[in-house]
Design a protein around this ligand. Sequence first.
Ligand SMILES: [Zn+2]
Length: 217
Amino acid sequence: MKKAEMQQHHAQYESLIAQAQAARREGLFQKTIQLALAAGEHIDGMMKYERKRDDTRFTGIEALDMVLRYGPLLLDFRSLDKLEQLLAGRRRVDKNTCVDYEQELVKAKARMWQNHKFWDHLEKNPDCRQDELRQRLGGDQEDWRRTAEMWEDMGLIRRAPEGGSYRLTLMTQMREVVKAKCPSCGNVAEGAKAEFLDSVPCCACKENVLLVILSRE
Ligand SMILES: [Zn+2]
């Protein structure tokens, strides 16, 4: 890879990460994941460029960290599958970072299953109490609390203080399957509602659009 090429990958990586951070600040988490995955395509060039300037190991790679953080919280299996494909065959990431991303991916998948179980519980038990989660779901109360706090921050649930704990209420139907139409080409896609809350690339025309959710038939 030529130096100019590396520099270009580096610039594109930085730009996509800046956009991902902006989306996160706006509370658009699906978009954050999409942009982080797009940045992931430039990791090799970015790393080569950085290491030419300064021969140290990376303490982490933000593009990967973002997907690992928000993918499980949005119950977004596809984002972790894409991350797995991204990591496959990228030895540079292994060699030059202090983080074992293969291991982090395994942990993120486990967290996603836990989050599914949690979300399921919230769907079946409206207004359940936070301090009863371990009793009802097993596992570690600290993990449930942390996830509940993250979901609250992301606007997915409400935590209403009550008697030293919280009552948890869903603010959205993350897993409801809906149809959504591309405003640009008219293609109708089907998927979990959470996937359509931010702009995503249309699977037909590839344009980045905010799909219009159609009412269920
Ligand atoms: Zn389209």
